[in-house]
Design a protein around this ligand. Structure first.
Ligand code: XMP
Length: 516
């Protein structure tokens, strides 16, 4: 176990992921946790994250210097690097040069931390203060224009750090730096693999559920599918999955759940066709939040009714359903401040929001995992690639990708256009480079076009391909022109009501990923 101490920067989750990419299990703890409590967890190493403030600022979060004499290897990044320097007797000062963004760094002596890394490379910086003198016993490994001491290590005490952010994509060789610390300096063994996770989780689920029965709602997304497949492996047909088809899914997705998922896992599935009910509830509504509320409300009602049915059927056989499976991921757990074992239920952005009088115990086999790990577990369990590698999809589905009110006709138009965009993205081999690729129908807008000899008066669609690490921020994806061209030609040729294809080139912020 490696602990990532969060100093309030947005980078802690990314650091925890990078540690796991080095095949070492990591967890995030707040900087307010007493050092004794951190040590009680028996960590093999501790990583101090960056933070928003100067170590000299009033109320700046500190760290008990006892951390550095406890014999546990510690790595500091950015703010964490400065804290380490200060606590061990070095000097940190605002030397007048601020460094933000890509910065050239010069390796003066590679040591163990920067071994085999090019002498000149570029890293991502964000700091005002600098370490101007390294503490005694540390060797200085690198410098930049604004940081006389940009990296150091003390192999004796197994302490090391860098002024930059090795966890971000823009830092060259960042993963190598972190891996050197973990494997070579701290001596952590790379044993965190998906095979181990599957085995551990199956055992844990069997222990928790015993000979009880469980129920799981499937959304069509990867999280609930992997959670269900794991539980199925653990307890077999004592799990029943419920799938509510609200009619707002993309082309072929309901079939994938009903056919391919069932075939590859053998789960028993209870399908509710609620398409008509959702259309009626949404009739004439164009306000985005109103749509979300209606979809969320209807979903809970339909799901509860299905749940009651499943529970009732079990009762007839003298059985009780006490467990509810949820695909909660580690980022949700961290964001809601939950530690191990706490059952926080996230209602925001979760259309399956649970009723307050929840009577089930939660089974959350993905609580310690990041999304990319969940996909690997899904592969390990033999789920279809279409489900495992599916892009994130909002609970309210296509309902919030139709600008205007939702009707069956509009859904069908959008489904056709969306299917073409997805197909061409896959054909170009770009699925895994793109975070999400919403296609948005501007249903209340019409524009003039010409097709054949005739004038058309149709609707525009907007392509919204984005890249992102976690959906908090995003950039518009630079899709190759020929891919965009094929998508545009095919949509205007094959989807009769659409006569114009546009592309959204707004990052987030200021835009959001979805249009509603
Ligand atoms: P935005 O549009 O806020 O989206 O940049 C961020 C991420 O959240 C998804 N999203 C939702 N997911 N219910 C959900 O379950 C919602 O109401 C909802 N709205 C947005 C969106 O697809 C993106 O991944």
């Amino acid at each position: 176990l490696v602990l990532v101490v969060d100093f309030g920067a947005q980078y802690a989750q990314l650091i925890a992921r990078r540690v796991r990419e080095a095949r070492v299990y990591s967890e995030i703890v707040p900087h307010t946790m007493p050092v004794a409590e951190m040590l009680a967890k028996g960590p093999r190493a501790i990583v101090l994250s960056g933070g928003p403030s100067s170590v000299y600022a009033e109320g700046a979060p500190g760290i008990d210097p006892a951390l550095f004499t406890a014999g546990v290897p510690v790595f500091g990044m950015c703010y964490g690097f400065q804290l380490m320097a200060q606590a061990c007797g070095g000097e940190v000062a605002p030397n007048g040069v601020r460094e933000y963004g890509r910065t050239p760094v010069r390796v003066t002596e590679p040591g163990t931390l920067l071994a085999e890394i090019p002498t000149e490379h570029r890293v991502w910086m964000s700091h005002g203060d600098s370490v101007v003198a390294a503490p005694e016993g540390f060797s200085v490994l690198a410098t930049t224009g604004g940081s006389p001491v940009a990296a150091f290590e003390d192999l004796e005490r197994r302490l090391a750090g860098v002024q930059w952010h090795p966890e971000v994509m823009h830092s060259e060789h960042g993963q190598a730096v972190l891996t050197h610390f973990l494997h070579k300096i701290a001596g952590c063994r790379p044993t965190w693999t998906m095979v181990n996770i599957v085995e551990e989780q199956i055992e844990a689920i069997q222990k928790q559920v015993g000979d009880g029965r469980a129920i799981c709602g499937l959304s069509g997304g990867v999280d609930s599918a992997v959670a269900a497949a794991l539980v199925q492996r653990a307890i077999g047909d004592r799990l029943t999955c419920v799938f509510v088809d609200h009619g707002l899914l993309r082309k072929g997705e309901a079939e994938q759940v009903e056919r391919d998922f069932v075939a590859s896992t053998g789960v028993s599935l209870h399908v509710v066709d609620a398409q008509q009910r959702f259309l009626e509830a949404l009739a004439g509504v164009s306000d985005p939040e109103e749509k979300r509320k209606i979809i969320g409300r209807e979903f809970i009602r339909v799901f509860e009714a299905a749940e009651a049915e499943v529970v009732g059927e079990a009762a007839e056989q003298g059985d009780k359903v006490q467990f509810l499976v949820q695909g909660t991921l580690y980022p949700d757990v961290v964001e809601s401040g939950g530690g191990a074992g706490t059952a926080n239920i996230k209602s925001h952005h979760n259309v399956g929001g649970l009723p307050e009088d929840l009577e089930f115990h939660l089974v959350e086999p993905l609580r310690t995992l990041f999304k990319d790990e969940v996909r690997l577990v899904g592969e390990q369990l033999g789920l279809p690639a279409e489900i495992v590698w599916r892009h994130p999809f909002p609970g309210p589905g296509l309902g919030i990708r139709i600008i205007g009110s939702v009707t069956k006709e509009r859904l069908d138009i959008l489904r056709d256009a969306d299917a073409i965009a997805r197909e061409e993205l896959t054909r170009a081999g770009l699925d895994r480079d793109i975070w999400q690729f919403p296609v948005v129908l501007l249903a209340d807008v019409r524009s003039v076009g010409v097709q054949g000899d005739g004038r058309t008066y149709g609707h525009p669609v907007v392509l919204r391909p984005v890249t992102s690490e976690d959906a908090m921020t995003a950039d518009w994806a630079r899709l190759p022109y020929d891919v965009i061209e094929t998508i545009s030609t095919r949509i205007t040729n094959e989807v009769r009501e659409v006569n114009r294809v546009t592309i959204d080139v707004t990052s987030k912020p200021p835009g959001t990923i979805e249009w509603e």
